[in-house]
Design a protein around this ligand. Structure first.
Ligand SMILES: [Zn+2]
Length: 93
């Protein structure tokens, strides 16, 4: 996916992340990308502030293992809410 990043992506990502950290969930319409916890497209699903801070710290430290694990947890919550009768397991390394 690296080849199709549009100019200014990093700036948009930083703004989106910063807004998200401060409790504002904005979908990135230019790159069509959700906030880390997908709360922009799933009302009421914003991760608690503590987790948002934890996620941003992990991303700043380029702790990709932790970042992907947290993304998995966020995604799991959305799936859980949308398909409450199914048991969904997400496996990350
Ligand atoms: Zn979204």
């Amino acid at each position: 996916m690296m080849g199709c990043i549009k100019p200014g992506y990093k700036k948009r990502l930083d703004k989106q992340t910063n807004d998200w950290l401060n409790g504002k969930s904005n979908h990135n319409n230019v790159d069509d990308e959700c906030c880390p916890d997908f709360s922009c497209c799933n009302r009421g699903m914003m991760a608690p502030k503590r987790e948002r801070e934890e996620f941003c710290r992990a991303r700043e430290k380029h702790n990709s293992k932790k970042v992907s694990r947290m993304l998995g947890v966020f995604l799991g919550r959305i799936i859980d809410k949308k398909f409450p009768k199914n048991k969904v397991t997400i496996v990350t390394e």
